[in-house]
Design a protein around this ligand. Structure first.
Ligand code: NAD
Length: 283
């Protein structure tokens, strides 16, 4: 089985980004990461994103707010960041604490600064195949990895397990724009295993540790694992039981070191694009 690591995609994206940065003549695009509270997952992602920005030559500012911040106070700070001309892109770590009106904030985010494609404008663009928008970073990371590995999805049957607005649904759209025949499976899908067995590519984005085993694989299946979970021993694992499928699948992405490692590169690429767009140097 081929192991589809994220590293070659990360390197190829890094090289492309360095070329793009040259057009900015020394200007360093600036990403703002907004975090409310101290969730370990958010802190880990923030650390990874900041490190990726710095390695790429971008600026990254982290705005941290207490978990009990009032909506009024948070909205004020958010508006300030959203309107700051020195900030090219925003990553809002979600979900926000329940007492905050997340939908209101999502609707406010400037679509040109919306690096994770959460605003209605960018979602619509992903739906329409309008490439002037920003797709959610994880969904786009899967596409980048498939492209880098030379996996052409055109005419292929692809199962996406998971229908969340941040991964499964936008990913299905991006795959469809590349002429894949896509089936979305979710918690109410009957015979998901059989559906997946009939597909050339299975993409797991369900958030269930090691749920995809051999029963989901047909002959020569390529398996892409988006999941980031913790197993019974406290170890990081994906939605795919990698040990079980490794002698059966045609190819598979590992966790860690697969799709997850590409996500922050997409975030950096989006931030560079935002800075280029502002100057009329890119669509
Ligand atoms: P989510 O909980 O919002 O959505 C999960 C989806 O999977 C739901 O639509 C649900 O219907 C479906 N699902 C759950 N169990 C299922 C089952 N047994 N069979 C079929 N469908 C099932 O999660 P999410 O935010 O979309 O994230 C999915 C996974 O991807 C999580 O493990 C998350 O940690 C990971 N993730 C990774 C990255 C990355 O950078 N690689 C980024 C975001 C999320």
């Amino acid at each position: 089985m081929d192991i589809l690591k994220g590293a070659p995609t990360v390197q190829a994206m890094f090289d492309k980004m360095q070329l793009k940065l040259m057009h900015l003549e020394g200007y360093q695009p600036h990403l703002a990461i907004i975090r409310v509270g101290e969730k370990p997952d958010d802190i880990a992602y923030e650390r990874g994103a900041k490190s990726r920005m710095e390695k790429t030559g971008l600026r990254c500012s982290c705005y941290e707010f207490p978990a009990d911040i009032s909506m009024e106070e948070f909205e004020q700070s958010f508006d300030f960041i959203n309107n700051d001309d020195d900030i090219d892109g925003i990553l809002l770590l979600r979900p926000l604490p329940k007492h905050l009106d997340e939908a209101k904030i999502v609707n406010k985010i400037d679509p040109e600064k919306d690096m994770d494609g959460i605003s209605p404008v960018n979602m619509a663009k992903v739906f329409m195949g309008d490439k002037t928008g920003y797709a959610p970073c994880t969904a786009q990371a899967v596409i980048e990895l498939l492209d880098q590995e030379g996996i052409n999805v055109s005419g292929k049957r692809v199962a996406v397990i998971g229908r969340s607005l941040v991964v499964g649904r936008p990913l299905a759209m991006l795959l469809m724009h590349k002429n894949a025949t896509v089936t979305i499976c979710h918690t109410k899908t009957q015979n998901a295993e059989a559906i997946c067995r009939g597909c050339d590519i299975v993409i797991a984005a369900a958030g269930c540790a090691k749920m995809v085993g051999t029963a989901y694989l047909g002959n020569d299946t390529t398996v892409i694992d988006v999941g980031i979970n913790v197993d019974e021993n406290g170890k990081l694992c994906g939605d795919v039981d990698f040990e079980a499928i490794k002698d059966i699948a045609k190819a598979a992405t590992p966790v860690p070191g697969g799709v997850g490692s590409v996500t922050t590169s997409v975030l950096a690429a989006h931030t560079i694009r935002a800075a280029l767009k502002k100057r009329g140097l890119e669509d």
